[in-house]
Design a protein. Structure first.
Length: 336
């Protein structure tokens, strides 16, 4: 086996994903299963994340709801590749399920851009209402139509804040800040309107970038600020809560179509329950991480969120219209 091993890094992204999936399937197939279906569920989280805990909850629930007909093999910690690669594998039918950051699939789904709009939710209750209601189902269906990957439910729950090397006593302190953001039009537009200088920087370079002054800060949720130790070099956290993260619980349409009606109902019900559980876990972890940051020396700064929304409203409206998301954005704002 070792002598015939092919280096996956030498293959194109999709081919590498298909090969990885085939190899994992072959390895797991040796043992065999008693289930009529055995779903392969890949994700990028470690064992202590809401990704893994939510996947385990889905595994438990679908076993109960399908009377043991459907099993789940969880493949976490990015063993099947990056989230974009896993999504491509699902589009090709080589992977059954995954948890995906919608910001990574906007090339496949224009609708997924809606989740990159800052200040989309009034609070956690509004966020839950959007994800669990008719608007959330409309968004899920639109993304599914654009990608041929079914959106079963929504994970998420990290509140995004401003991480800074300098104090953030008021909004004037954002002026001129070299702020690392994801390269999406809504984020760049909003933070430019607030006076920051949006900057693109690879994720793995952020810590060093903060140390060397290449950037003054970034946008991130407490859990990942703590995991990546960003507060060691950027100890000021501005509580903007400009976003609450959304992650897509996805399933290959090919896998979905293999299921009977009752099995599909069981999968959807298990997915919804697992998503509720995962979101509660994420919200709890987010709050605990914020407390840990303070205990380890970080300083929290309250920011005038209402004033921030006023400043970004007009420029954001233009971008949202250009992206064809005005109607959907308004539905989200009006939900609940």
């Amino acid at each position: 086996m070792t002598k015939n091993w092919i280096d996956p890094k030498a293959l194109p992204t999709l081919t590498r994903g298909l090969l990885t999936g085939a190899l994992v399937t072959a390895a797991l197939g040796i043992a065999g299963t008693a289930q009529a279906f055995d779903l392969r569920f890949g994700h990028g989280g470690t064992e202590d994340t809401a990704y893994q805990l939510g996947a385990e909850k889905f595994q438990e629930l679908i076993g109960e709801k399908s009377d043991g007909e459907i099993g789940v093999q969880i493949l976490g910690n990015s063993v099947l590749g990056h989230e974009t690669e896993m999504f491509e594998q699902q589009m090709a039918g080589a992977l059954d399920m995954s948890i995906i950051n919608p910001g990574l699939i906007t090339d496949f789904s224009p609708t997924a851009n809606v989740f990159s709009i800052p200040f989309l939710y009034r609070d956690v209750e509004h966020w839950q209402t959007v994800l669990d209601g008719d608007v959330g189902r409309d968004i899920a269906n639109q993304i599914s139509e654009e990608t041929d990957v079914k959106i079963l439910a929504f994970f998420g729950g990290g509140k995004r804040q401003v991480v800074s090397t300098r104090p953030l006593e008021n909004l004037d302190d954002i002026e001129g800040m070299k702020l690392r953001t994801n390269p999406t039009k809504p984020l760049i537009t909003a933070w430019s309107a607030l006076g920051a200088e949006p900057t693109v920087m690879a994720w793995k370079e952020i810590y060093t970038g903060l140390q060397l002054g290449a950037i003054d800060g970034l946008l991130n949720e407490a859990e990942w600020i703590h995991r990546m130790r960003f507060h060691e070099v950027a100890p000021h956290i501005g509580l903007s809560q400009h976003d609450i993260t959304v992650r897509l619980l996805t399933m290959s349409e090919m896998a979905w179509d293999r299921l009977g009606d009752e099995q599909q109902q069981a999968v959807m019900a298990a997915a919804q329950e697992a998503a509720h559980y995962a979101r509660e876990v994420q919200l709890k972890q987010d709050a605990e991480a914020l407390d840990q940051l303070v205990a380890e020396g970080a300083t929290l700064h309250e920011l005038d969120r209402e004033r921030m929304q006023e400043i970004v409203k007009a420029p954001l409206a233009e971008v949202i219209e250009d992206m064809g998301l005005t109607e959907l954005h308004q539905k989200i704002i009006n939900a609940g």
